[in-house]
Design a protein around this ligand. Structure first.
Ligand code: FEO
Length: 411
């Protein structure tokens, strides 16, 4: 580690450059990456994020050339994934006086991952402040960018934003700062955004709203270049890339309902889609002909098909339409099964089987976990009895936000 990498008088880069081909989320980062960690050497010395778990011991040995770990008062962990929290086990073992600062969901993960059940944790919420002896840190929760527990940290006096994965690039480099980069980093920056952040674009917009009035001189992310030249440009890029500028996408919700529970879910899906500027038609199969339903399916980009379950099967005439689907070219469309159920919800799975027999992209929880790691949403959308609690509504809303991100990636 080069100990002379400073963001200002008493803020040090203490990370690790990883110039291997790095396996990551079933990709290989052929340009490598960096794991950026920072030391704020104030009266209450604070470390922000650590490095990949492979480099934990090396990281702590290097850090000792700058500070005695026993002096460290706070270790801020913005994101639990082991490429940033991986050095925490080694660091905490030597920084015995340090309090670990993180969000509530991160506390559980960090305690379990690094066996830190007996350590002091400080749980922070949106907007909380922490005096670190001459400087003030503020914390903002940024859930699903890209995992539930993530937050960003802002140092008021230094005007430095520490957003962990957000605003990162995967480029191993020994220049550290974007104004010293020997290459144009904008394409790598956009590729990183597309791969890691765009599937969560509605949360990108929420994050932008939280930081838009901050005075930010430097963005110090946890991969790639520190953005100290034209930081605003990179915020604007995220803003532009995450907006829905394609207003041509259309969705269709086709349902069959028994006691109106599936109808209510269909209504909520429509509401959420329209909030995301996706024009949405809704049809009760008992009130349209099979031919009308097929024409509407051909015209839509996303197709939601839902039924209640009665005696282990679908109800009404929806199966007449489902039987036709395999004979239609649905290439490029997105399919989602949904429905209310009381016991097992067989009809939802039968609809899913019909959708899988077509050539459209059918969303499934298994594929989602493998491609994004998200376990907070699920496909098919299964609701036991009625959509009647806030937690379940939020889960459905997040699922619809994901569908919208898929639609806009299909441009
Ligand atoms: Fe860079 Fe989500 O880890």
């Amino acid at each position: 580690m080069n100990n002379n990498i400073k963001l200002n008088e008493n803020t040090y880069w203490i990370g690790k450059v990883d110039d291997r081909d790095v396996p990551f989320h079933r990709l290989v980062l052929t340009k490598g990456t960096t794991y950026n960690s920072y030391l704020l050497k104030t009266k209450k010395p604070t470390v922000i994020d650590t490095v990949d778990i492979s480099f934990g011991r090396e990281y702590v040995e290097n850090l000792k050339t700058l500070i005695d770990p026993m002096e460290i008062e706070y270790i801020v962990i913005n994101h639990s994934e082991p490429d940033h929290s991986g050095g925490l086990g080694s660091l905490a073992a030597q920084a015995k006086n340090a309090t670990i600062v993180c969000t509530e969901p991160a506390e559980y993960e960090l305690k379990e991952m690094y066996k830190l059940h007996k350590r002091n944790f400080l749980i922070v919420k949106d907007g909380d402040k922490l005096d670190i002896g001459g400087k003030t840190l503020r914390f903002f929760e940024t859930p699903y960018l890209h995992t539930e527990e993530t937050m960003i940290t802002y140092c008021e006096e230094d005007k430095i934003l520490y957003p962990c994965d957000i605003f990162s690039t995967h480029i191993a480099n020994y220049d550290y700062f974007n104004d010293l980069a020997k290459e144009d980093i904008d394409e790598d920056f956009s590729v990183y955004y597309s791969l890691i952040m765009h599937p969560h674009r509605t949360y990108v917009q929420k994050m932008i709203n939280k930081i838009k009035d901050m005075d930010i001189d430097i963005i110090a992310p946890s991969h790639g270049y520190i953005l100290r030249e034209d930081a605003k440009k990179y915020i604007n890029m995220y803003d532009m890339l995450s907006r829905n500028t394609d207003l041509s996408k259309k969705a269709l919700i086709l349902y069959s309902t028994m006691t109106s529970n599936t109808k209510k879910i269909a209504g909520k899906i429509k509401e959420y889609l329209e909030n995301l500027d996706i024009a949405t038609d809704i049809m009760d199969t008992s009130k349209v002909s099979k031919e009308e339903a097929i024409e509407a399916i051909k015209d839509a980009d996303a197709i939601f098909l839902g039924s209640s379950t009665r005696y282990g099967d679908m109800i009404g005439n929806i199966e007449d339409t489902l039987k036709e689907l395999k004979n239609i070219d649905l290439e490029g469309k997105v399919g989602v099964a949904f429905g209310s159920y009381g016991w097992s919800g067989e009809s939802i799975e039968i609809i899913q089987d019909y959708l899988k027999a077509t050539n459209m992209k059918v969303l499934s929880t298994s594929d989602l976990i493998k491609s994004t790691g998200r376990i907070d949403i699920e496909f098919p959308i299964r609701v036991r009895f009625s959509l009647n609690n806030e937690q379940e509504e939020k889960r459905v809303e997040r699922s619809i936000e994901y569908v919208s991100s898929i639609l806009l990636n299909n441009k």
